[in-house]
Design a protein around this ligand. Structure first.
Ligand code: AQP
Length: 369
């Protein structure tokens, strides 16, 4: 074809000019933020959040809340701060009724206190009571590539679970989570293993921010319990409200009995006389957390001295007994909602200075003030 002969390949955009000496210096300066004295807290701080979902299940307690309490007590002994938050902003990413959300927030606060958080030893507050976190989330959005968020497993899951409501908050959820943690410059994060991909993303966001604006935030690290993944009553999937395989630890004893009795045990143990395999039986594994004699319980299964029904009945009664004092405290707390609200307001107020100091530093580093 005439005309095409001798044509040289050309880029379809104008070539970039060679960097001038001045431009190169500016780029280097931007890449290497000026050294400043560290503003990281002298002692590590712990932070974790939990959704105001209404139900507190065994997975929440064994996988995370036990460590909230352990860290709270360690914090008192070692002189570091522990901060726990009911994440109502996060809850807005799924359809909700405003009145129910308000109630669920109080229920979660009562559950956490009943399970061992002491507002005199730690700070317990509601996420939306410290709105600085939304500003930090926006600022973090500007250092977070969209690709990181699109790859988040929970985003993919939620897209599938709520196809009619794929709101932007679902995508930004992990950025808000990163802001939740590091607004307090916290580095210890008690969570279950299901949250590991989110925490990894928080670490990447912190690295991206620190690389651009200088060492501002510590990289948060997960603190796991001995049961970082608690399986549900189906014995297959992680215990989860959305799956409907939960054991509601603060529920009525009969509810707990019903849920435990529905648990799937060793699927290869068909006859009562068949020996069981405690190492794969979810009921046997849960016994670990509810009695020092769990190896005896396992032995009963292994030798078929006990049947699965016996082992489940025992587990149900032990769970009911273990959580009986918490159930009582929960009821007392829910009977005085104004007092509970005051506790949460005081929590948010107590940590206001930390949030204000972090935001002042961040705005200054980013050129906003
Ligand atoms: N099954 C679990 N095993 C171990 N840890 C778990 N956690 C939750 N389930 C398990 C941990 O509990 C903390 C609070 O999590 P959340 O706010 O996501 O609580 P949730 O909404 O009650 O969790 P679900 O039931 O799994 O919610 P859905 O079904 O709505 O998605 C976290 O540290 C979490 O790791």
């Amino acid at each position: 074809m005439s005309g095409s002969r001798g044509r040289v390949a050309r880029p379809d955009y104008p070539p970039r000019p060679a960097p001038s000496a001045k431009l190169a210096t500016m780029t280097e300066a931007a890449a290497k933020p000026a050294a400043r004295p560290s503003t990281l807290p002298a002692k590590p701080r712990a932070f974790s959040g939990i959704q105001p979902s209404g139900i507190t299940h065994l997975g929440n307690d064994l996988g995370a809340i036990r460590n909230f309490v352990a860290l709270q007590n360690r914090g008192v002994a070692e002189g570091f701060e522990t901060i726990y938050c009911i994440v109502d902003y996060h809850a807005l990413t799924s359809s909700h009724d405003p009145e129910i959300l308000r109630l669920r927030t109080l229920e979660m606060a009562a559950s956490l206190i009943a399970l061992g958080l002491d507002p005199d030893k730690c700070t317990l507050f509601v996420q939306s009571h410290r709105p600085e976190v939304t500003e930090l989330c926006w600022l973090f959005n500007t250092v977070t590539p969209v690709g990181w968020l699109l790859r988040t497993p929970t985003y993919k899951e939620k897209r599938a679970n709520q196809p009619d409501d794929i709101n932007h908050g679902l995508l930004t959820y992990p950025v808000l989570q990163a802001a939740d943690i590091v607004l307090w410059k916290a580095s210890l994060v008690p969570i279950g293993k299901d949250q590991a991909p989110h925490l990894e993303l928080s670490r990447e966001i912190v690295r991206a921010f620190n690389a651009r604006y200088g060492e501002t935030f510590p990289e948060p690290k997960a603190v796991y319990t001995e049961a970082p993944v608690v399986l549900g009553t189906d014995g297959v999937k992680k215990m989860s409200k959305s799956v409907g395989n939960t054991i509601e630890i603060l529920g009525e004893p009969d509810v707990i009995r019903k849920q435990v009795m529905s648990m799937v045990t060793d699927t290869q143990r068909i006859m009562r006389s068949d020996p069981g395999r405690p190492q794969v039986c979810n009921v046997c594994q849960m016994h670990r957390h509810f009695g020092a004699d769990y190896e005896e319980v396992w032995e009963g299964e292994r030798t078929a001295r006990t049947g699965c029904v016996d082992t489940k009945k025992l587990l149900a009664e032990r769970i009911i007994a273990h959580y009986a004092p918490a159930r009582e405290t929960y009821r007392e707390l829910m009977a005085d909602l104004p007092r509970l609200r005051r506790t949460l307001e005081e929590g948010a107020e107590r940590i206001r200075p930390i949030a204000e100091a972090t935001m002042a530093e961040v705005r200054e580093r980013m050129g906003l003030r």
